[in-house]
Design a protein. Structure first.
Length: 396
């Protein structure tokens, strides 16, 4: 049986020929057939030449997400088995034992658009973020359960982005047993509790694993300020690395409670692991007014720019935040500063941080560029997968 066909406008096929997996609604000339959400369609150039096979999303600006650029490859259960096995295979070299935490599938970068899969110990957490991944949900869950031999697969499809695909938010057990209230993981000598059912993202910021390790290496004898600390991952890493004390700043009460439990789990008391609950901008201004200072300041704020139209406003927020950080840094101190906004480009972010240093009257040098962990790879044809950027800056 022939598949529905999406025919592109003249001159709108260049990105697909370069294997970029998105087809935007504005590039489509016509649709032959009446594809339902998530149905597999053929994508052809204006002259009928075959380009890709992908999932159709009638309500999204991204109208098609390509599954394959191989005309001979069918999209069926065997296809998803191969893609999942391939994603697991490239991450198998650095397995970390029963309490490991890592990303197993990273959507377009693993050839599975709209699918996120993370592992926390014996439990797998999934997000179906596109009409295509939703269409194959049951098949994907069965293949994941078999390939990972996990105790349970839990769904966290509660991202607001699902609404753009015409999908409702949903959470719950899809296979096996429900995860406990918190799952214990290990990372670089740190024991951490993760709330996979209600925590941020799928429970934890796995993309920062290597950057937490770098903080741990630099933290000996340091007084550390960890802003937007969530459940204290950077702070625990700093203490394991020998920091004198860590001050965590976080607005979420439940996150702060879990951070305190993480400190206790690693045998750190409130004399070394302090939690300040409140808005980070206000707390850092208070610290400035109190003339407090730190050897290391970590800024890991949430996404300030959800779209290109919000970049200018986001830039002001990043500028104010980094200005405060430079005023709190001791001479010779290190600033670890991040942006997880994909629309914030690295060169602009560097300029914003430089402007913050200038307004604070500080000279500073970049001593490191930071990125997301390797289990969050970026396909060469899909630069949008690279979203996390950071700088390590030494202030004088």
């Amino acid at each position: 049986m022939s598949l529905p066909t999406v025919l592109l406008k003249r001159g709108r096929d260049a990105s697909l020929r370069r294997r970029h997996p998105w087809v935007f609604s504005g590039g489509i000339a016509s649709v032959r057939g009446d594809p339902f959400p998530g149905e597999t369609v053929e994508v052809r150039a204006h002259d009928g030449r075959w380009l890709a096979r992908g999932a159709y999303s009638p309500t999204s600006q991204i109208r098609v997400r390509a599954w394959t650029f191989d005309e001979g490859q069918s999209v069926d259960r065997a296809f998803f088995r191969r893609r999942i096995e391939e994603a697991l295979a490239v991450r198998s070299a650095n397995r970390q034992g029963e309490r490991e935490a890592r990303r197993l599938v990273y959507s377009e970068s693993d050839g599975l658009p709209g699918l996120i899969v993370d592992r926390y110990g014996a439990h797998v957490v999934v997000q179906f973020l596109s009409a295509g991944s939703e269409r194959w949900r049951d098949v994907i869950v069965r293949e994941l359960a078999e390939a990972t031999a996990c105790e349970g697969v839990y769904e966290r499809s509660d991202s607001s982005g699902r609404r753009l695909e015409g999908l409702e938010e949903r959470t719950g057990v899809l296979f096996g047993v429900e995860p406990p209230d918190v799952v214990e993981i290990e990372e670089g000598g740190c024991r951490l509790l993760v709330d996979v059912r209600a925590g941020h993202k799928t429970g934890f910021y796995l993309d920062q694993r290597q950057n937490r390790a770098l903080v741990r290496e630099q933290a000996r004898d340091a007084d550390v300020l960890n802003a937007f600390s969530y459940t204290g991952g950077f702070g625990i890493a700093a203490l394991v690395g020998g920091a004198r004390a860590v001050t965590n700043v976080e607005s979420s009460g439940p996150a702060n409670e879990l951070a305190r439990r993480n400190a206790e789990l690693n045998h750190f008391g409130p004399d070394r692991f302090n939690v300040e609950e409140g808005d980070a901008f206000r707390v850092l201004r208070r610290f400035r007014d109190e003339a407090r200072s730190f050897d290391i300041v970590i800024l890991d704020p949430p996404k300030f720019a959800e779209s290109a139209a919000q970049v200018e406003r986001a830039a002001r927020g990043y500028k104010d935040l980094n200005l405060l950080a430079f005023r709190l840094l001791r001479p010779g101190g290190l600033l670890f500063t991040f942006s997880c906004s994909g629309h914030m480009k690295p060169d602009l972010f560097q300029k914003i941080v430089a402007d913050g240093a200038l307004d604070a009257g500080r000279d500073a040098r970049i001593v490191g560029w930071l990125h997301q962990a390797p289990d969050h790879p970026t396909a060469l044809a899909f630069p949008e997968a690279s979203y996390l950027k950071g700088l390590v800056v030494r202030a004088t």
